[in-house]
Design a protein. Structure first.
Length: 209
């Protein structure tokens, strides 16, 4: 097998309105491609059934989160549905330095912050095929009452107006097709000139000597 040189990973931002299927797509992507991991965010919301601290999120209280903000420990942070979410800068950089592609699942506010600080990042926005399907998906999760679902729908419409701030847009109508499209984005970034020059320095030197 061809020897590869050390390469720095790429930061991928993936955002979507609640219920668009972003989390399921990201999970399937991580299972299908090597060297891709999801950044574990810190949040003040309570854990949901089946979630594990340190795996799905780092769960902290509001006081601890605000202390981390004051210490400038987050790459980005935002208030979403009355709860804080943030990305640890130290943990993120360590994984990129290992050559891993890292996915940030964040909203448009966080994505804007990240792009300003790390303009080389790649951003993807996932949209539902219709509003009615989005509402059906929110109801089928069985986690929220009608009042909260109505609020999530209002917020989703506002969220979706920011889709044009992203590099790529994927419509999650057919899940398998949406997954193929997301895989294509990751693979194409790995094949970009700068990445290939970094990954294959030795090979290129040998070919051109």
């Amino acid at each position: 097998m061809m020897q590869k040189d050390r390469v720095t990973g790429t930061l991928f931002i993936v955002a979507a309105p609640s219920g668009a299927g972003k989390t399921s797509l990201v999970k399937a992507l991580v299972n299908s491609l090597a060297d891709v991991v999801v950044s574990v965010s810190t949040t003040t919301r309570r854990s949901r059934p089946g979630e594990t601290d340190g795996v799905d999120y780092h769960f902290v209280d509001k006081t601890e989160f605000e202390a981390l903000i004051n210490q400038d420990r987050f790459l980005e942070h935002a208030l979403v549905f009355d709860h804080y979410y943030g990305t640890s800068l130290d943990q993120l950089q360590a994984r990129l330095d290992q050559g891993l592609d890292v996915i940030l699942e964040i909203d448009w506010q966080g994505a804007r912050q990240v792009r300003e600080k790390l303009p080389a990042s790649c951003s993807i926005y996932v949209l539902p095929p219709t509003r009615s399907i989005l509402e059906q998906r929110l109801k089928h999760r069985g986690q929220d009452d009608e009042v909260l679902i109505a609020r999530r729908m209002r917020d989703a419409i506002n969220e979706m107006t920011h889709y044009n701030e992203f590099d790529y847009v994927i419509i999650n109508d057919d899940f398998d097709q949406a997954l193929v499209e997301m895989q294509a984005v990751f693979i194409s970034r790995r094949l970009a000139l700068a990445a290939q020059q970094q990954r294959h320095q030795t090979l290129l030197a040998q070919l051109l000597s």
